[in-house]
Design a protein around this ligand. Sequence first.
Ligand SMILES: NC(=O)c1ccc[n+]([C@@H]2O[C@H](COP(=O)([O-])OP(=O)(O)OC[C@H]3O[C@@H](n4cnc5c(N)ncnc54)[C@H](O)[C@@H]3O)[C@@H](O)[C@H]2O)c1
Length: 345
Amino acid sequence: MRRWLITGGAGFIGSNFVRYTLGHYPEDTVVVLDKLTYAGNRENLRDLGGDRRLRFVQGDIADPGVARSLIQGCDVVVNFAAESHVDRSIVDPTAFLQTNVIGTQVLLDAAVRATPRPIFVQISTDEVYGSTDGEPFREDSSLKPNSQYAASKAAADLLVRAYKSTFNLYSVITRSSNNYGPYQFPEKFIPLAITNAIQNEPIPLYGDGLQIRDWLHVEDNCRAIDQVIECHEQKSQDHTEIFNIGGGHDAEVTNKYVLETILKILDKPLSLIQYVPDRPGHDRRYAISTEKLQRKSRWAPTHRFENSLRNTVEWYRTHESWWRPLKARAAPHWLRMKKGTPCAS
Ligand SMILES: NC(=O)c1ccc[n+]([C@@H]2O[C@H](COP(=O)([O-])OP(=O)(O)OC[C@H]3O[C@@H](n4cnc5c(N)ncnc54)[C@H](O)[C@@H]3O)[C@@H](O)[C@H]2O)c1
């Protein structure tokens, strides 16, 4: 039986991971710590509301008192909490540095003071490597973040490393590619496209739309995080392990292709695509090697991109009552996008 602290558990990936953990480990208990920013939503955990193994705490990871009291007695801390939208980080990076950097440092500090110490799992991103026009990034590739979001995540990764070096904190970092699936806040690329298409609204596409992303289904990511923790529990802890998590070759596609596929699935015209000036510092291609994870664990992605994109479209089509209020909440952001002026410019 393990006790988990899952921060950011009311967000997209965090809520999927809470569901995964409670579903797979009947003996375990989970505490979710979430500030409920505009991106956090208790509705994401509604189906788990009757589960007595789940406790929800609304609070800030950057609050040392909260962090210390919740980490004490935990076996595993998984830090999903973050400001996560690149466009917003370019307009105003302050909250990104506060949560992604200071918040992570506060959690790390609380983890080293706890007895016994938990395993600390930092959920990072492939965006810390920057853009590639050659080989996929490996875990030892250099960090070259190009957005304020990515820079804040890279800083957090380096803090995790420093807490391992100075305090010998058991820690692991996962760097995944772009996730898609249910419960993703509808300002992100795929849910924005699906929900705008359903509403017959224009769908903004940056630049020529030929930026390449590797798409990872959120369930594959949750399974990979679980495997990484399992590997880590079993082996000697001589350094902070880093694992890339990606969707595989069939999931590396251009943004334009993703939009065209969504419109085809929904039987909507391509004229809904609205080209807008490119975002400053926009990475052209993300690509990562997941060879290390596949070698060290039993994990491999199981979701085929086109098939799972279709299922994701279906999820948003049948969950309008979930996303319509969220879209209304983020309205100022959409209005700028719809006028063809990306927030980033
Ligand atoms: N979505 C992706 O494609 C992707 C890809 C790679 C890595 N990641 C990383 O995965 C993690 C989760 O991403 P997501 O897409 O689920 O994000 P999200 O924006 O959907 O959720 C973030 C959650 O963190 C909470 N939060 C924000 N600030 C907080 C604070 N100070 N204290 C406590 N809670 C706070 C929010 O309320 C929200 O519930 C992030 O760390 C992100 O960097 C995401």
